[in-house]
Design a protein around this ligand. Sequence first.
Ligand code: KIV
Ligand code: ZN
Length: 513
Amino acid sequence: MSDNNRVIIFDTTLRDGEQSPGASMTRDEKLRVAKQLEKMRVDVIEAGFAIASPGDFESVKAIADSVKDSRVCSLSRALDADIDRAGEALANANAGRIHTFIATSPIHMEYKLQMTPDKVVEQAVHAVKRARNLIDDVEFSLEDASRSELDFMCRIIEQVIDAGARTINIPDTVGYAVPEEFGHTIGQLIQRIPNADKAIFSVHCHNDLGLAVANSLAAVSAGARQVECTINGLGERAGNASLEEIVMALRTRKDILGLETGIDTTQIVPASKLIASVTGFPVQPNKAIVGANAFAHESGIHQDGVLKHRETYEIMTAQDVGWNANRMVMGKHSGRAAFRSRLEELGTSFATDAELNSAFARFKELADKKHEIFDEDLVALVSDTRAEAANETFKLVSLSVTSQTGETPVATVTVNINGHEEQAEAAGSGPVDAAFKAIEAIAQSDAMLQLYSVNAITEGTDSQGEVTVRLEKSGRIVNGLGADTDIIIASAKAYIHALNMLHANVQKAHPQV
Ligand code: KIV
Ligand code: ZN
């Protein structure tokens, strides 16, 4: 099956991406992301790990129930309970897939699983058969494949294909492989396994050495026809292979690679912005394809070349990947219907009229402060409205800050905690520091601030600032987001959002631990 030239794009932003500390998403956020992935024509959406928690189950189910044009997949360990739970979550999917896995490297089998290789084969075959009783489409992954022995991989793969696995995924779980070696391994597996033609070979590369995309491309050159990847390269540790880089490399270098995907590339930048906004992980400016500078030509020589003939310095256009595609401007005269329809195009719909009305009221407030409202403003405004509407412990009531040359800044904050208001005043080394200290004086969370970042959402000094606050407490990491044209208020909102997330104290299982 691997002799055609179409590469299946399997997006795991909602599963492996979410395993990034602090990147957890709510069910509604995951649904919005899944809708955007569907719009981008991703072939397979790994929606989550259904058994991880009741919330994860609900998210996978909601995505399986509403996505129609992409296949929806749930991860499961090679355990009966995991497989059954995945099957349950996918029961209404138009096209579903169970993705089951077990580790196959000597180090994982001996120390993590404490199982013999024979037992691992037996459990893998049993898992695939059980999954096939629930669903037609089953993928099997050999965790830590890049450190597994070739002969053992051939043995287990042959047996799981016989048991009914249709996709065989070869992960570089710890980001250890280098391209030539990894491509060679994929080629060897396809050549040596007698029933290899009955399955599609897939790869899943982590970026610990910065080689995830290069390894994935080496693998497709050697015959793999599915690539597992994430938007913005989000994922455990250094992340996964980035979807936008894989897709654009295949498209731009079709002359050499001779392969194609079904992705609508104009949806890449909107997807990247959505992920950055819901996770609070901003995209570095020089990131390929989706970084703010990816198509900016600073130097005079480059600008001159591009103006004379674009292809002197550009190998693809900003429009190809969706820069500016969605920058329809709205303003204070835009009506409710236009507001709703633009948000629907951006992948957001409102469950109730009250939710729409509250977001529209905020839009009008923002339009009074800011002349032109861009898509990025709308996305931030909706996240903010939702965060405030949620049934949360802490709500920001008011904030006032005095800051002047030569004086220590002082903030006075009022926070509503479960229905009653408390006020505190604090001094700080700057206005944001003072505001955070005042909030802490009320909340007394004892959380450690791990990251504070501010991003201008659009251009100009009237831009909203989007603030990310990362807090850590007892090993748990959360990201809070806040947006406002006043960055001190945005910062306070982000801090309070993070406190609410810590307070929610969601417990979930990690698939690989
Ligand atoms: O990195 C990995 O090995 C994984 C598997 C569960 C596919 O994420
Ligand atoms: Zn992974």
